[in-house]
Ligand binder design. Structure first.
Ligand SMILES: Cc1ncc(COP(=O)(O)O)c(C=O)c1O
Length: 454
């Protein structure tokens, strides 16, 4: 009998997050203040001080506070599954494992950092948080995180998703979050964008600007981000730390770790604890494969440049692969992958050659998602379906070569609120979007100028 699930006991859940910063062979480029454009140790006063410290920490491991662990234990540890049925359906000698984060109450990995951020804000006396959300996964996770710690929350939800995914909004409201479509009439930047283009479908960059503006204007309020920032990736490493223990239980070390990247948090959370072995020279051949949408291919097509994290230029300037902060991606269903930039840690590792990247079209991605659902039963969110496409491609390569490689997939969430998109795919109406390269070139014209030598 082959074992299918690798389950950790609650008492074996890791009690520390892994911080890659001290292990990087070259230091991560600094974050620049959006006003002065000078390197800043602390970003503008957006986050609580504990989170600011984590953003630049030199500690390799950071203790997960007991209050956060207690909430993690309501759904963690999550299982690692062996995808035996998918292997059989593909007739591949590859061994496919996946770690499934869709069993959190919010349906994705996002709750790992939502709980931590809500905790640190509460501890420092903050009353209210603001945030952006694309597909609604992050907004729903933070709504629940805020509920757990008694904080108010306002969510600026990218307009196209607000209307495409009403059930996510209802979920956020059920947990007590206040949700508005972005661009909204509630902020200066939202009103400006609507005056220029009343039909704007919104973007994560716009929604971030609105949430930051709201936090700046209200003393009792701080801003919370769901991806990209170092501290968010840090909080997600509980995924990879658990996965290491579980793969040890399974008796396999992965040849490849595969995941999807929007801002990079779920996949970094999975792969950073593994890349440690590559950085130390212990596992030089380990492959780490990032998968992004063809419609918004920041890592594979965007230049490595300094850019703002948001449209209005209020967030710190980061060195990252970017399509330009003014870039508005085509309305693909993987709303969580429609971000113009990418986590600086991932970009840095990509440039140093420790991780690879590829981009996929949404029709083959949904085909892979359906194939996975039919074999394993789990209906994946459109975001991790991108990674599933790459897993299937790699497993089929093994079939051709006869190699029995071990593949570990980061399955970041379920697609129960994305069934309208599945319906479009199943009825043959789903279309692919070409990458609008001319729009990227236009957007790149407004990259910030930073002092020479930065
Ligand atoms: C299920 C799921 N996976 C992945 C992502 C992409 O974000 P990140 O790259 O930060 O993991 C999202 C974002 O909303 C998501 O909801």
């Amino acid at each position: 009998m082959e074992r299918i699930k690798f389950m950790l006991d609650e008492k074996d859940m890791p009690t520390r997050w892994y911080n890659v910063l001290p292990d990087l062979p070259e230091p991560l480029p600094p974050e620049l203040h959006p006003g002065t454009k000078e390197p800043t140790i602390l970003p503008p006063p957006l986050f609580p001080s504990a989170v600011n410290e984590q953003e630049f920490s030199k500690e390799r491991f950071i203790d997960i506070p007991e209050e956060v662990q207690a909430i993690y234990r309501t759904w963690r540890p999550t299982h690692v599954h062996r995808a035996l049925r998918l292997e059989k359906a593909l007739d591949t000698p590859a061994k496919i494992f996946y770690k499934y984060e869709g069993t959190s109450q919010a349906g994705s990995h996002k709750l790992n950092t939502a709980v931590a951020q809500a905790y640190y804000n509460k501890k420092e006396g903050v009353k209210r948080l603001t945030t952006e959300t694309g597909a609604g996964q992050w907004g729903s996770a933070l709504s629940l995180g805020c509920r757990f710690f008694g904080l108010e929350l306002k969510v600026y939800m990218v307009k196209v998703s607000y209307y495409q995914k009403p059930y996510r909004r209802i979920l956020m409201e059920t947990w007590g979050g206040h949700v508005v479509p972005s661009p909204s009439q509630d902020t200066d930047i939202g009103r400006k964008i609507l005056a220029e283009n009343p039909d704007s479908s919104g973007s994560l960059g716009i929604a971030i600007s609105e949430a930051i503006e709201d936090a700046f204007k209200n003393d009792d309020t701080k801003y919370s981000i769901g991806s990209v920032a170092n501290h968010v990736l840090l909080h997600q490493t509980v995924i990879g730390e658990e996965a290491r223990l579980q793969m040890e239980m399974a008796g396999y070390y992965p040849d490849m770790v595969i995941g999807c990247i929007g801002g990079g948090s779920n996949f970094a959370g999975m792969f950073l604890p593994w890349v440690r072995d590559k950085l130390s020279g212990k596992k030089p051949d380990l492959r780490i494969i990032c998968v992004e949408p063809q419609a918004c291919p920041s890592l594979t097509r965007g230049p490595y440049a300094w850019d703002y994290g948001d449209v209005a230029g209020m967030a710190p300037i980061l060195k990252m692969h970017t399509l330009g902060h003014a870039f508005i991606p085509p309305p693909v269903h993987a709303g969580g992958l429609r971000y113009h930039g990418m986590a600086p840690i991932i970009c840095h590792l990509y440039n140093l050659g420790y991780v690879e990247a590829r981009a996929e079209y949404q029709v083959p991605v949904f085909k892979a998602g359906v194939e996975f659902a039919r074999a394993e039963g789990i209906v994946p969110a459109p975001e991790p379906a991108h990674a599933i496409k790459a897993v299937i491609d790699e497993a089929l390569k093994c079939k051709e070569s006869g190699e029995s490689k071990t593949i570990l997939l980061a399955l970041s969430g379920h697609g129960h609120f994305d069934l309208a998109a599945y319906d479009e795919y199943l009825s043959g109406k789903l279309q692919d979007y070409e990458f609008p390269e001319d729009k990227m070139k236009e957007a790149l014209a407004s990259l910030p100028e930073v002092p020479e030598g930065t």
